[in-house]
Ligand binder design. Structure first.
Ligand SMILES: NC(=O)N[C@@H](O)C(=O)O
Ligand code: NI
Length: 162
């Protein structure tokens, strides 16, 4: 059983896996006669393959227990997948770099601070959504269309908070 400690999420540490979506560390510019600030292009949405299109969904998830035990990671080879909390929900992230197999030594665990969202790059191995503390509501942007877009890979791991 792989034992992991979830480290605080940072854009730098998450860079091999995708984007962190966070207005606090992003540039913006004024629009709408100055009434609005646009935090522009914060994540790269990828939609690959036949009939690919972008889906906008809402996930309402029940909280997980910590330590979190998982037995697989999944990946979406044909598209990215972004999760943005709508009510400052914290969540656990377990990721491994894209590839046909998972090297346990390359698996990383993170915990968000409630304000952060993430966008998993196409092919990034990740645990299914794991919200902490209470029921969570997330805006999800990912890929629809033909073809198989969800592979699972066994990985037995227990994730603790630091
Ligand atoms: N299945 C689904 O839409 N969600 C998962 O991909 C996930 O990462 O939570
Ligand atoms: Ni997923």
């Amino acid at each position: 059983m792989l034992e992991l400690k979830a480290e605080p999420l940072t854009p730098e540490a998450f860079a091999p896996f995708g984007d962190v979506i966070d207005t606090r560390v992003s540039d913006s510019f004024a629009i709408n006669a100055g009434r609005t600030r646009r935090y522009h292009d914060l994540a790269r949405v990828e939609t690959l393959g036949e009939g690919a299109r972008t889906l906008v969904s809402i996930f309402v998830s029940q909280p997980v227990e910590v330590p979190l035990t998982i037995d697989f990671l999944e990946r979406h080879p044909l598209g990215s997948q972004a999760f943005m909390p709508l009510h400052e929900e914290r969540f656990l992230i377990v990721v491994a770099p894209p590839g046909e197999t998972i090297d346990p030594g390359e698996v990383r665990a993170f915990v968000t601070d409630g304000r952060q969202g993430v966008n998993y790059r196409a092919g990034t191995w990740h645990a299914i959504q794991a919200v902490l503390d209470r029921e969570g509501e997330f805006l999800v942007v990912d890929r629809g269309g033909q073809g198989h877009n969800c592979d699972e890979h066994p990985l037995a791991a227990r994730i603790q908070l630091a």
